[in-house]
Design a protein around this ligand. Sequence first.
Ligand SMILES: CC(C)(COP(=O)(O)OP(=O)(O)OC[C@H]1O[C@@H](n2cnc3c(N)ncnc32)[C@H](O)[C@@H]1OP(=O)(O)O)[C@@H](O)C(=O)NCCC(=O)NCCS
Length: 147
Amino acid sequence: MRKATAVTIRRAQAGDASTVRDLILALADHQNQADAVTVTDLEGMLSRPEIVYLIAERDGRPVGYVSWLERTSFWSGDEYLALDDLFVAESERGNGIGERLMHAAADAAKGKVIRWEVAEANVAAQRFYERIGARLVSKKICRWQPH
Ligand SMILES: CC(C)(COP(=O)(O)OP(=O)(O)OC[C@H]1O[C@@H](n2cnc3c(N)ncnc32)[C@H](O)[C@@H]1OP(=O)(O)O)[C@@H](O)C(=O)NCCC(=O)NCCS
C-alpha cells in the first residue's frame, strides 16, 4: 500500500474553479452522471464563506476532494456541516486520502455534526464511512421540481 505522505489538503479558492470543475466531473462521470454537471459560476460559489471545498493534492496534482455547506438546524438551532461530495481519483484510492479528507472536514467542523447522503448501492463507501466511525441511518430522499 502506497503511503499518502506527499498528499496535502487545502481549501479551494475562486482561482481553482477549473480544477474544481474537473474533479466534480470525474466524480459525476464515475457515477455515470456527467450530464448533471451544469454549474456555471463555480468561481462565485468558491468565494462564499459558507461553501467549503477542500482539494487533496499529490505533489501539486489534484487527487481528490471533499465539499460541504454550513447549515443551521431549525430544531436545535445548532449549526452543522452538510457534506456534499467526497471523491478520490481511482488510481489514488486505498491510500488513506479519503480518510484524511474526512478528518480535515472533522477538524473544520470544530465539534459540529457532519451530515451527508450515500447511495444505497454504494456499499464500498458505506463500509468506509462506518470504518471511520459514522452512523448510517436509512431515509428516503425527496426531490420536487415545482412548476
Ligand atoms: C469512498 C472513497 C472516497 C474512499 O477514498 P479512499 O482514499 O480510497 O479511502 P481510504 O484509502 O481512506 O480508505 C479505503 C477504504 O475505502 C473503501 N473504498 C470504497 N470504495 C473504494 C474503491 N473504489 N477502491 C478502494 N477502496 C474503496 C474501502 O472499503 C477501503 O476500506 P478498507 O481499506 O477497509 O478496505 C473513494 O473510494 C471514492 O472516491 N469512491 C468513489 C466516489 C464515492 O463513492 N464517494 C462517496 C460518495 S457518498
